[in-house]
Every structure is written in structure tokens, then in C-alpha cells.
Design a protein around this ligand. Structure first.
Ligand code: AKG
Ligand code: FE2
Length: 350
């Protein structure tokens, strides 16, 4: 497959903005870079039942990073290098299909495919990426069922679905351990543990590809956003480009072989009453190299109520109670009407 047939028609959509000499710096975002070191936490003791003291140290480090950064990296998480290599190899297969096939020629997965922002009205709303945003339940279905109607498409990507199924199974267990530990530190009674929060079938796996972008380094791979989920676990390749906001400056998250990135989503921030932070992050483009990443988004079911955790009497909740479904609807409405996500501030108690 020739690459130009696989890539979405980014340049056609950008032409209008670029010829107007549109300046990204004009969007009011802080542009200054900061050198910072995102904590890398060894979670070996947490995943393989280590000494209590070790475990405590690890949870404290995660808790601190969630407050100060909203992000951290983890090593010794138990996912094997082989699994990462297989996922890396297999997911290329789906991106290598023609743009036509990805966007309209394959009924079974076209609805999960997105690229750039075909409706963007300015350069800073545009993202130079393509992605498959797959419900984990869809991946299990593709692996397990023998639905004859989609046999050809299924067979073509059979090994991809199998690897993704193994990946989501492993990462969902990890998510449960991480979220469970972070909840425990805030809430001794762990009200959410047995809840629907960590059900694998409510979660999503997002395969991201950022083609090389030779046009301008001012074009983003993914524009600045916070994640609308509870917790995200991200694998990134060695190319780099992810940046997060810390103390009003952008900090690059340098790739660390074998490490995974964890970030707090909007729902966890609300649940923790703003103790943990869901922070803005974005992806920069690379003129020469393509980049891949895979995000696992921990989401509750749509009817799950998000409220602040059980707190001491004297503390007041910052947020109204809302369901995840209400949150998603509000986000979609704001993006449609204003081009931007307003997010959690919509649900603040005044
Ligand atoms: O590709 C990355 O490094 C980040 C992706 C991301 O933030 C997302 O998919 O929400
Ligand atoms: Fe994100």
C-alpha cells in the first residue's frame, strides 16, 4: 500500500489556514517549554504482592504524582515486551489500509475511525492524526464470535484482534490495581471498588497514528485536551511528541523503553474533589517520523453517577453529582457549538 493512499487528506483541509498565515501562537495557549522530569514509578511491589512497606512507598509516589502532575510513568508493570512488539506489528496492518477503506469501505470498523478535524475552522483546532477508537467490547466480540456476515473482514485482522484482546485483558487488570490503589489513599472505605467503574467492557482502546508532518511544526498531532474518562494508560513508541501542562508550561514526556504512561481523567478529578488533576496534554508533530501510541481509557457505564468521594463532614463537594452519560453529552454539545470542550467546570457547584 502506498503511503499517500493510506494517509488522510490532511493537506487539502489545511491549505486554507496556512495560506492565511494563521499563527498558532495567537490562540492564547502558553507556548513556553519547560524541562521537567515526569516521575517514573516502579510498581513491581503493587502488581506482584510485595512487602507492605514497598507497596506503601509506591502508592504514595503515585498519589503525589497524581496531585502534582496528573501524570506519571510506570515500570515493572507486568506487561511483557513481547506483547508490546506484537501489538506494534499488528496495529500497523489496519493503518496501512487505504484511507478509503478506513473511512468508508469497511462497515464493521468505519464508525470507530477518525482523523484530523475535517470540520476545523482554525489551525489550532486541527490535529494531524488518525485513530481507531475501539470499544473493548467490540474487540472481544471480534475475537470470540463467529458471525458469518463479517467473516472476510474478521479474518483479515484476526491476529490484530487477538493481540488487542490480550493487551486489553492485561491492561484492564493493571488499571484496576492502579485505580484501586489511588482510590484507597483518598477513601478508606473504597466505595467504588465493587462498582461498575473498572468493568473492561465499558472501556475503550484508542490506536493513534501520527503521520510525518512536513508542513509546519506549528501543526499539532493532537490538540490540547484533557481526557474525559476516569484514568488513561498510554503506550507510546520511541518517537516522542507528547507534552503535558505543568505550572502553566508545556513539559515533554520523553519516551522511556518499556514504560507506560498513566494519567488522571476528568472523572477521577471530580471524584477526588480536585485533589488529583486531569491536566491538559497535546502531541507535537514530527517532520520526518511517523509516531504510534495506544491509549486505554477507563470509563464507567453511562448511567454511573460521578460524585466526590466520601469525605470528612467539614469538606464540601466542589461538583454536582452527574452521570458519565450526562458528561459525555455535555462535552459533545460544547464541542459542536463552540469548537472546544468546556469540561468539568460545567458541573461545578457554585
Ligand atoms: O498519543 C499520545 O501520546 C497521546 C494521546 C492522547 O492524549 C489521547 O488519545 O487522548
Ligand atoms: Fe489524551
Amino acid at each position: 500500500m502506498k503511503e499517500d493512499m493510506a494517509n488522510p487528506p490532511f493537506a487539502d483541509h489545511l491549505e486554507a489556514f496556512l495560506s492565511d498565515n494563521y499563527k498558532v501562537d495567537g490562540d492564547g495557549q502558553p507556548q513556553q517549554q519547560k524541562e521537567g522530569k515526569l516521575p517514573i514509578i516502579d510498581i513491581g511491589s503493587l502488581v506482584s504482592g510485595g512487602e507492605e512497606e514497598e507497596r506503601r512507598r509506591c502508592v504514595d509516589a503515585m498519589e503525589r504524582a497524581s496531585r502534582e502532575w496528573g501524570f506519571f510513568q510506570i515500570k515493572n508493570h507486568g506487561l511483557s515486551d513481547d506483547l508490546f512488539s506484537e501489538m506494534r506489528r499488528e496495529k500497523k496492518k489496519i493503518f496501512e489500509c487505504s484511507f478509503e477503506k478506513k473511512s468508508s469501505g469497511c462497515e464493521r470498523f468505519n464508525k470507530f475511525y477518525s482523523w484530523g478535524a475535517p470540520n476545523a475552522t482554525s489551525l489550532h483546532q486541527f490535529s494531524w492524526y488518525e485513530a481507531f477508537h475501539l470499544p473493548v467490547s467490540f474487540i472481544s466480540e471480534e475475537t470470540e464470535t463467529s458471525d458469518d456476515r463479517h467473516r472476510d473482514q474478521k479474518q483479515q485482522f484476526q491476529s490484530l484482534w487477538e493481540v488487542l484482546d490480550r493487551y486489553t485483558t492485561a491492561v484492564s487488570k493493571l488499571a484496576e490495581v492502579l485505580a484501586g490503589a489511588l482510590i484507597e489513599t483518598k477513601d478508606g472505605s473504597s466505595t467504588m471498588r465493587s462498582d461498575k467503574y473498572f468493568k473492561k467492557d465499558n472501556c475503550f482502546l484508542r490506536l493513534n497514528r501520527y503521520p510525518p508532518c512536513p508542513l509546519s511544526s506549528e501543526i499539532h498531532g493532537l490538540t490540547s485536551h484533557t481526557d474525559s474518562d476516569f484514568l488513561t494508560i498510554l503506550w507510546q513508541d520511541e518517537v516522542g511528541g507528547l507534552q503535558l501542562m505543568k505550572d502553566s508550561k508545556w513539559v515533554s514526556v520523553h519516551p522511556h523503553p518499556g514504560a507506560l504512561i498513566v494519567n488522571i481523567g476528568d472523572l477521577f478529578q471530580a471524584w477526588s474533589n480536585d485533589v488529583y488533576r486531569s491536566v491538559e496534554h497535546r502531541v507535537m508533530t514530527n517532520a520526518k517520523l511517523e509516531r504510534y501510541s495506544v491509549g486505554y481509557f477507563v470509563c464507567p457505564s453511562s448511567d454511573s453517577v460521578v460524585g466526590s468521594c466520601s469525605r470528612k463532614e467539614e469538606e464540601t463537594s466542589l461538583y454536582k453529582k452527574f452521570t458519565f452519560g450526562e458528561y459525555k453529552t455535555q462535552v459533545q454539545k460544547d464541542v459542536k457549538n463552540t469548537g472546544n470542550k468546556v469540561g468539568l467546570s460545567r458541573f461545578l457547584l457554585l
